[in-house]
Design a protein around this ligand. Structure first.
Ligand SMILES: NC(=O)c1ccc[n+]([C@@H]2O[C@H](COP(=O)([O-])OP(=O)(O)OC[C@H]3O[C@@H](n4cnc5c(N)ncnc54)[C@H](O)[C@@H]3O)[C@@H](O)[C@H]2O)c1
Ligand SMILES: [Zn+2]
Length: 553
């Protein structure tokens, strides 16, 4: 074995067999063996469950950090770590430097069965806390899902479901030979752009040029198995469908694809039902995976099906439009339109992972691309002045889709959205409201023109100019900032004014759009570039004056 692999670190959920496997590997390599949980038990003289009960999890994690720090000083040692240890960033950093991290995976059902068998074998010993709840399988699913992005940081993942201890040990030794020339550290980790971390779930967002090739690998690292159903539209599927099918097949996923017509009309109950018919016909099961391959329309529709079919299936977002990459694929809002209103039927249902490959934007029509830049610029305007500077300094590279700066811009923009939605998963706490910057006027304009004239981002660009002008009128924002934003929008090919739309139609639509009846519109305004404020106290005459300014004579 190469000298560079100093130690082997074995992580994974409870019941994946870390300890036994690590021991077996150590035996075969003639290396030392450490189990950090055992070390803690030795040191404190108490079983882990008792430490949790008497001293609390914080104390346990502290002991665990100490033990891991010590273990990381070893050489030629196989180190089995506790199932939650890798979640701690300090631990991860140490472990990543100390050796090759291998994650043992297993389906929740397998884990449940193993833990249950283990408990039955040794009656009288303390039942694992995981089993001492009403619905242990559900608890395993939840806890495992919340740790999955951290397990995804491992260098190598082994699915242990059908394997015995010695077969898993063999796989680990094979992996360490394969990765002998592997240079640290840490390609798979570098790809994670950000995490969405809500109270109930967390999942990684990957942004990388050409990353589509590694979709299968990323899905396996996220603990997904089964048959993958690709849902796409007639524009996107001919471009990327067979490529994605091939990638998934190569990674061992069986697959099926359903292709729907492009366009917002498809985001409907009718098509949701058509897709469900297809899933029923193909006997899709609860562990199979929906893959949304396309723009925001496909993402919202496929996500709605994933949320509801069999009461919820795993799903993966592969956004191919700029709007979908930086906005629609992040945050778990899924749904379809009702003839009486857009997005009236829907749910919050987070995907298991999002993988955005900016290379797919090379085929996106120019106007759609510009529309996406409006949301990117919006993210900078509300929260990140430095990012606005980056956009200003790289307009020509970005509009030409130069890979490096394009990827950077998308990654940053996605991270801003992920950060906001993480703080307010279900839009209950008002923190998501800031994402509506530019959207009040935009929705008015879109509705007043029956959603036919403007692409969403075009309306948002005009709405942002309106919101900035309004902020200026109210004495919040200097005129220079208003002009700076306007110039940037124009450089990305976006409109900043409109003509031929009746102003009263716009204000009427704006009134209808506000989420709570009887309340004032909550305006998202700017205090500065990158500094957002919310105000429910904006005089109607100022709004009208701004609309008049936006309307070309
Ligand atoms: N869930 C959310 O939080 C959220 C946020 C924003 C928008 N949305 C929704 O997203 C939708 C708008 O997203 P969109 O602009 O991506 O619309 P879209 O999915 O309709 O895509 C726009 C067009 O580009 C095509 N396309 C997509 N990727 C392509 C590619 N790589 N190459 C060539 N053509 C490609 C599509 O076929 C379509 O014709 C709306 O339904 C909106 O309600 C949802
Ligand atoms: Zn928007």
């Amino acid at each position: 074995m190469d000298r560079r692999i100093t130690n082997l670190i074995i992580t994974g959920f409870s019941g994946t067999g870390k300890s036994l496997v690590a021991m077996e590997v150590a035996l075969r390599l003639n290396w030392d063996f450490i189990d950090t949980d055992d070390e803690i038990v030795k040191q404190t003289g108490k079983p882990i469950a008792e430490i949790f009960r008497q001293d609390g999890e914080t104390k346990f994690r502290e002991l665990e950090r100490g033990t891991i720090r010590k273990a990381c000083q070893q050489k030629q040692t196989v180190i089995a770590i506790g199932g939650g240890a890798i979640v701690d960033p300090q631990n991860y950093e140490l472990l990543a430097k100390a050796g090759l991290i291998v994650c043992l995976e297993a389906k929740p059902e397998t884990i449940y069965e193993r833990l249950f068998r283990e408990a039955a074998r040794s009656p009288g010993t303390e039942v694992r806390p995981l089993l001492a709840v009403d619905n242990p399988l559900e608890r395993i699913r939840q806890l495992k899902a919340s740790r999955q992005p951290h397990y995804a940081k491992a260098d190598w993942t082994i699915h242990t479901d059908g394997l015995n201890v010695s077969e898993v040990a063999e796989e680990i030794i094979r992996a360490s030979r394969l990765l002998r020339h592997y240079t640290p550290r840490n390609d798979s980790d570098k790809d994670i752009t950000c995490l969405v971390e809500t109270k109930t779930q967390s999942y990684p967002i990957f942004v990388g040029y050409g990353l589509l090739d590694r979709l299968g690998e990323k899905m396996k690292q996220a603990g997904l198995y089964g048959t993958a159903i690709i849902i796409s539209d007639k524009n996107v599927f001919p471009l990327y469908g067979s490529k994605v099918e091939g990638i998934l097949k190569g990674a061992g996923f069986a697959g099926n694809s359903i292709v729907v017509p492009p366009g917002e009309e498809t985001k409907s109950m009718d098509y949701a039902i058509k897709i469900c018919d297809f899933l029923v016909k193909h006997r899709v099961e609860r562990d199979d995976i929906i893959i949304a391959l396309g723009g925001g329309m496909v993402g919202d529709l496929a996500g709605f099906v994933a949320a509801t079919f069999l009461r919820g299936m795993p799903w993966v977002q592969v956004p191919t439009s700029l709007i979908a990459m930086v906005d629609a694929s992040i945050g778990g809002k899924v749904g379809v339109n009702h003839p009486e209103g857009k997005n009236l039927i829907g749910a919050f249902y987070q995907p298991n992972l999002v993988l955005a490959d900016p290379q797919t934007l090379t085929t996106l029509p120019k106007r759609e691309l510009a529309s996406g830049w409006a949301e990117v610029i919006k993210h900078g305007m509300i929260l990140d002045e430095e990012f606005v500077q980056f956009l200003e300094g790289n307009v020509s590279k970005l509009t030409k889709l130069e890979p490096e700066s394009l990827t950077r811009a998308i990654a940053r923009s996605a991270a801003i959205k992920a950060q906001v939605v993480s703080q307010d998963e279900k839009e209950r706490e008002g923190k998501r409201t800031i994402l509506n910057y530019g959207h009040t006027i935009a929705h008015g304009l879109e509705a007043a023109t029956q959603y036919k004239r403007f692409l969403h981002g075009e309306a948002v660009a005009i709405g942002m100019v309106g919101a900035a002008k309004l902020s200026q009128r109210l004495g919040l924002l200097p005129v220079a900032a208003v002009e700076r934003q306007q110039a940037l929008l124009q450089k990305f090919g976006l409109p900043t004014s409109f003509s031929g739309v009746d102003l009263t139609e716009i204000t009427r639509a704006m009134e209808l759009d506000k989420k709570t009846r009887g309340k004032a519109i909550r305006w998202v305004l700017l205090q500065d570039i990158g500094k957002v404020v919310i105000s429910s106290d904006v005089p109607q005459r100022d709004v009208l004056a701004v609309l008049r300014e936006l309307a070309e004579p």
